[in-house]
Structures are given as C-alpha cells and as structure tokens.
Write a protein that binds this ligand. Sequence first.
Ligand code: NAD
Length: 482
Amino acid sequence: MAARAVAPNALDRHVALVGFMGAGKSTLGPVLAEKLGRRFVSVDAMVEERASASVAELFSKQGEAAFRELEEGAAADVLWSGPPAVVELGGGGLGSAPTRRALEQRAFALLVETTPEEAWERVAGTDRPLAADPDRFRSLFEERRALYEETADGRARNVEDAVLAAAGVHVARGSLDRLAELAPGDGAVEVVSDANVHALYGERARTALTARLRLTHEVPAGERAKTVSHADHLWSTLRLERDGALVALGGGSTIDLAGFVAATYLRGVSWVPVPSSLLAQVDAAIGGKTAIDVPAGKNLVGAFHWPARVVVDPDLLRTLPAEELENGLAEVVKTGLLAGEPLWELSTHEQVRCCAAFKAAVCLRDPFDRGERAQLNLGHTIAHALEAASGYALPHGRAVALGLLAVLRLSGLEDDASMVEEVLAPDPAQVDRDAVWEALARDKKAHGGTARFVLLDAPGRPRWGVELEPAALRSALEGVIH
Ligand SMILES: NC(=O)c1ccc[n+]([C@@H]2O[C@H](COP(=O)([O-])OP(=O)(O)OC[C@H]3O[C@@H](n4cnc5c(N)ncnc54)[C@H](O)[C@@H]3O)[C@@H](O)[C@H]2O)c1
C-alpha cells in the first residue's frame, strides 16, 4: 500500500482535530478556530442536532453502529464542503474509511495529544458511553493509538502548537539534525546558506540530509544577498526537479532570496526555511512573503510562496551576535504589543514559539496581505523611513524600537512607550529630519497614497490604515530623532 501523503499545512484545508476522547479537542477547537478566523464545527454536535438526541442517548437506544453511521454522514457533509473550518471529530470517528479518505483529501489532521491518565481524568464520571470503566478505557486508547498516529499530519497539546502545526511550522530544539525527515517528500534537496551560517551549521545540515542532499549554494551574508544577480546565479546553478525542495539555511536575507528563487524556479518548487536568526525565527521565515531588493527599493520584487515546512531550531541562536539578537528582540516586542501579552519576558525558546505562532495565525487569516496582515507593520513605517534617511546605517532593531516608541506615543500609550524604552533602550536616531519626511512621503506614494500607519487602541487591539495629521506625526518623529 502506498504511504499516505502528509498534508504540509492547513492553508486551503480544514483543520480536523483528531484524538482520543478527553484529549481536549472541544476546548482547543473553538479557541483555535477564533485564532484562524474560521468557524468551528463539532461532528458530535451535528449528530446530536440532526438526531435530536444526545450521543449517550443514541448509544443506549440505537447502539454504537447506528451512531457511527450518523457520525460518518455528518463528517462527510462538513469535510467535503464549505470554506476551511476547524472540525472536531469524535474519538472513534477515524474507524470509518470514508472519513479517513475525506480527511486525506480535504483536511489537515491535527492529533490532539494526551496520555490515557490525563484523558481518564477529564472523562471519568461524565456520561460518555465509552468511559464507564477505566480498564476498558485504557485498552481502547491503546487500540486506537496507531490509527491516530497514522492519520496525523501534525500534532499539538496547546493552541500555539496547533497554530504552528496548521501553518507547517516546526519549532523544536535540535530540529536541524532532523532535516531529512522534516523536509516534506522524498525528492532531492539543495541548500542555500549564507557564508557565516554555512561555516557554523553547513556540516550539520549536510549530515542530517544524507542522501537527499544534492548541492549546496553559498551566498553572501546579509542584505547584499538579496539581489537579482544572486537570484540569477541560483536560477542558473540549481539542478532541482519539480519534486525537489530548496532549503534556506540562514537569516531573513538568505530566506527572502532563497524563497523568491523557489517561487520562480520551474514556476515554483517547494522550499523549507531553516531560520537561524531571532528575527527570522519570529518573523521573516513565517507567512510566505519572499523578496529581493532592486535599485528602486528594498523588497520591491517578490512573491507569496508559502513554505512546505519551516524548521525552527532555537538552539541555532546560541551563535547569533548580540546586535543581531537585539534586531530580533525589537520584533518580539512588536509582536507582544500586537498580541497584548508581554512576550519579551519569556525565555528565548518561548519567545520564538509564541511570536512565530502569533504571526502564523495572522498570515493564515490573511495569506496575501489584503487586510489585517497590515498590523504586522506596527512601528515599521517610521522605522523604514529612519533606516532610509540613515542610508541604512541605523540597525534595524533600533529603527523598529524607535518606530514603536513613536506610534505608542501617537496612540496615547505612554506606559507601553516606557516599557519599550526600558526593554529596548534605543538611542534616538541621528538623521536628517527632512530626509525622514521625504522617505515617509515616498513610502506613501509607493503604496498608492494609502496610509500605512498602525496604532494601538490598547495592547492587543491594533488599528491599521490610520491617516495621521502631519503635525502630530512630525512631533512624534521629533521625539525619536536626536
Ligand atoms: N519575508 C518576510 O516576511 C520578512 C520579514 C521580516 C524581515 N525580512 C527580511 O529579513 C532580512 C533581515 O533578516 P536578519 O535580521 O535575519 O538578517 P540577515 O539574514 O542579514 O542576518 C544577519 C547576520 O546574522 C548572521 N547570522 C544569522 N544567523 C546566525 C547564527 N545562528 N549565528 C551566527 N550568525 C548568524 C548572518 O550571517 C548575518 O551576518 C531583511 O532583508 C528583511 O527585509 C523579511
């Protein structure tokens, strides 16, 4: 029998929550649905509504077989129709071959993990028909385990991990060493890596990929790599076929370049970013935006190309220079302000997991940047203008920190502005005021005359597309320029 194809993500698919009774699917489901901006459907609730009877009543009056038939019909109706939803399947639902087929075609099956002990704790004493006896419960758990494992496209225990799995993002220490298994499919792989990162991790990537690795391509470190000539060199030297995958091992610059090349080579091949900087782990590797720079501007040529998988190994950050960590920390603070949670107070590993999950959720809701993804620009319009006015001498993290300070003051959130001063401590920028103003005017023109400012009504409550009075904007800029 051919191996089942694993769905890489839930971009155009339902998220189907599978797993044993008591795993927490009905608690996780509605929260996940809200995060993904999708409706939540419980197959058990559909059955109960259609039969005008509870699952327990159906079991006792009509027997399990009759219930399974109704369950199969309801699962088919929801899985084969409608825009992608979050669908909770009952613990025994996978016993149906038609349901498994529908899952394979239409869903990303997310296994909600639990142990028999945890599950029993949750269901003991309820009216669930199959949870009357602890020994029978445990043996049913063991019986069904293989089927859950076999069906799962991803697994999670909490909502952040569920969002990450749905976006195809794998965050785990040591995941670099598991690249061969994490890069989807079994075709050849070529690696693009920047000179610094290649020297540090190239050998480990090579060892991990073993026979799947065909070629490695080295590009310069930093923004210098994001040019047409480096893209052209890669287009000319890649040997991948359509079933191959391009691995981008490096910071945001390598990832933007390699992602753009993957989007265009053979009209699109799979790609797997392996972000090695904090900024790339929490931001650049997530969401499928790729770009190179051209003389007319940074990131002006690019494509949306969702990665087949993102492999995030927080241990790679151990070698990251301090100033690069600071660049990433500014994005962590931005994400925390958007999420309304002090994510900057977490350990680095948790910062990465939570920030990546936040961005992944926004991008799953708005993959082509047509609406609410604009919130991710919080502080960035001003940051970009400061960077441009400094001739790109101002570090990105400091520019973002100053941009955040300015928009928080414009939002009237002085306490949060003080937090940014405390956590990121950015010195004001030494740039020419008129040059900043001109850069802001250019930015507005480049975006069809649309305002790109994001303000916060409160942490966790962003408002985008805000027009600002020139006088208010000027005065906020004064506060961040030396
Ligand atoms: N596509 C997106 O959604 C998106 C979002 C944000 C930023 N970006 C882009 O990301 C780029 C910036 O990314 P960046 O900040 O990662 O910079 P970068 O890729 O230029 O890397 C910065 C430096 O850190 C080094 N480095 C990276 N990982 C290392 C490690 N583990 N150990 C030691 N050194 C390491 C690199 O060699 C480089 O010298 C910009 O071009 C920006 O436009 C893209």
